[in-house]
Design a protein around this ligand. Structure first.
Ligand code: OMP
Length: 272
């Protein structure tokens, strides 16, 4: 998917919500556990309920890999379902991969060719030759970790002497096919968002950390929105676990709709 098409979708639907598909068997509604594939049944219901209010879905691989081959099957069914029934939604494989070039190429083929995701999250730690194999795929996007939402982000990324997140951004934007790069910035890191926007005014940012992690959607929009919007804001637990009962999909829909309403307001207010 092109970024121009994603932007069109955002403007048409007045939302830049990404719903995180992080299904945890311990938190799934009990009645789904008798299904042959509870994870897919859960995802399908969440997707159908939230699709009108979102433009993207982000399954985090950890929640599938922990279930072994069954989890991989659920992931394949989920991405096939999205690509078949919701082809206008942007899909993100949240896998945080990255390795020597030869190995990264295999990761890239897995997520872009085998599974046909639009994008994958990648860790920048191993440098240019570990990221460029992802960037070679036409029409696909690499979402590089810049400044993450967790407390430990301060261990390396925010180290006072050498701001690693700035270096990641400054260096990576010169890489081959860097126009296919997006960046992860935590919603809990709005203190640094202005600086990030100075470095990459045009880039799309994937912003996780609203909802369960407490980041402010208003601050993210006020500081981070650019003239092409340039934001995808993710919430996982805050949407998918609104209810543990048989009304889980309805409650997820209500929450997604609420967030979409806020986003519509911020689009009016901050996108110019
Ligand atoms: P919730 O906190 O439940 O909304 O989930 C956030 C999702 O975004 C999880 O799948 C995290 O792994 C992911 N995430 C972060 O929370 N923080 C980051 O800095 C980066 C990510 C990510 O790459 O998506």
């Amino acid at each position: 998917m092109t970024l121009a098409f994603l932007t069109e979708q955002i403007l048409a639907k007045k939302t830049f919500l990404c719903v995180g598909l992080d299904p945890d068997l311990d938190k799934l509604p009990k009645h789904l556990l008798t299904e042959s594939d509870p994870v897919f049944a859960f995802n399908k219901a969440i997707i159908d309920a939230t699709a009108p209010y979102s433009v993207a879905y982000k399954p985090n691989l950890a929640f599938y890999e922990v279930l072994g081959t069954k989890g991989w099957t659920s992931l394949e069914k989920t991405i096939d379902y999205l690509n078949t029934h919701y082809p206008n939604h942007f899909t993100i494989a949240d896998a945080k991969r990255g390795d020597i070039g030869n190995t990264s190429r295999m990761y890239a083929k897995t997520f872009f060719e085998l599974l046909n995701f639009d994008s994958v999250t990648v860790a920048p730690y191993m440098g240019k030759d570990s990221v460029e194999p992802f960037l070679e795929f036409e029409g696909k996007h690499t979402i590089l970790l810049a400044l993450t939402s967790n407390e430990g982000a301060s261990d390396f990324q925010l180290n006072k002497k050498d701001r690693l997140f700035e270096k990641v951004i400054e260096t990576s934007r010169k890489w081959k096919n860097a126009e296919n790069l997006m960046y992860v910035v935590g919603a809990t890191q709005t203190n640094h968002l202005k600086k990030i926007r100075e470095l990459i005014p045009e880039s799309f940012l994937l912003i996780p950390g609203v909802g369960a992690q407490g980041g402010s959607l208003e601050e993210v929009c006020r500081i981070g929105m650019n003239k092409n919007i340039g934001l995808l804001v993710n919430s996982s637990r805050g949407i998918i676990y609104q209810s543990g009962g048989s009304d889980f999909a309805d409650k997820a829909m209500e929450e997604a709709q609420k967030i979409q309403g806020e986003m519509a307001k911020y689009l009016e207010e901050y996108c110019h």
